[in-house]
Design a protein around this ligand. Structure first.
Ligand code: NAP
Length: 240
């Protein structure tokens, strides 16, 4: 898809991969609307010249605020990028269920609600796209993030079914699967992380190519291993 002139809503564009993505999409000539939650990061993104809607997408009220903020706008592309982790280990104590629930809502309910409520807007455009950001961990989980991995596997499964339902319509469905990327989400974890600009650039290439999946960096290798032996892929990833 040609991105120049398209109006694109990217959730979670105030930091990390999303912030790099909105910069690169703007450089392609797209009109960007983004969202974030932290007031300082919202203000900093606005100071860069972006339209930012403040909304906590782990709550129904936040979804309503974002939908109200884009009402009447002719959106061509929705990028469900906002996401967060919720690591816990039962061997160390019980999880914080409120934190688990917020992660489930942000990573699964928010994309599902936004897609459902913005579907009529996207259907009205000559060509449109839905981009769901999942993770390599949607293919095989790591033990330390059971809820996060479950949310990304759920969104991957939803995305694959949605793609079939929208076949032959004006809406293309892309799943973007990042590897470990250097952002605040992965602070203090892992090494050999991909940079957020490189990850965002891979998303942009996949959007331009109308790809079904952006398997970014090491995720390509993980998918290959998984296609040969799902058990081996799980073994490699579970202690990651
Ligand atoms: N980093 C990785 O290694 C990695 C790997 C695989 C997949 N991913 C996925 O890539 C996406 C981006 O991750 P990232 O690493 O760039 O994360 P990040 O640096 O933590 O940035 C997350 C963005 O989402 C927003 N956000 C977080 N919680 C929110 C909430 N409750 N309501 C509204 N907005 C919220 C943040 O805004 P505030 O700062 O204002 O909260 C920020 O703009 C996520 O879906 C993540 O699961 C990341």
């Amino acid at each position: 898809m040609q991105l120049s002139g398209k109006t694109i809503l990217v959730t979670g564009g105030t930091d990390g991969i999303g912030r790099e993505l909105i910069r690169q999409l703007k450089a392609k000539g797209a009109n960007i609307i983004t969202s974030g939650r932290n007031p300082e990061r919202v203000a900093a993104t606005q100071a860069e010249g972006f339209e930012v809607i403040a909304a906590d997408l782990s709550t129904p009220a936040g979804i309503d605020a974002l939908i109200a903020g884009v009402a009447g706008r002719a959106l061509d592309i929705l990028v469900n990028n906002a996401g967060a982790g919720s690591d816990h280990d039962f061997r160390e104590g019980p999880p914080d269920l409120a934190d688990n629930d917020a992660c489930l809502y942000l990573n699964v309910n928010a994309p599902v609600h936004l897609i459902t409520r913005l579907m009529p807007v996207l259907r009205a455009r000559p060509e449109a796209m839905i981009v769901n950001v999942t993770s390599g961990l949607a293919i095989a989980p790591r033990a330390g993030g059971p809820i996060y991995c479950a949310t990304k596997a759920a969104l991957r499964s939803y995305t694959q079914a949605l793609r079939v339902q929208l076949e032959g319509t004006n809406i293309h469905v892309l799943e973007a699967l990042p590897p470990v990327v250097e952002t605040k989400m992965t602070a203090g974890r892992g090494n050999r992380k991909m940079s957020a600009p490189d990850c965002a650039a891979a998303f942009v290439r996949a959007m331009e190519a109308n790809a079904e999946e952006a398997n970014v960096g090491m995720v390509k290798l993980l998918k290959l291993v998984h296609s040969l032996s799902p058990a081996l892929a799980r073994k490699i990833m579970i202690r990651f």
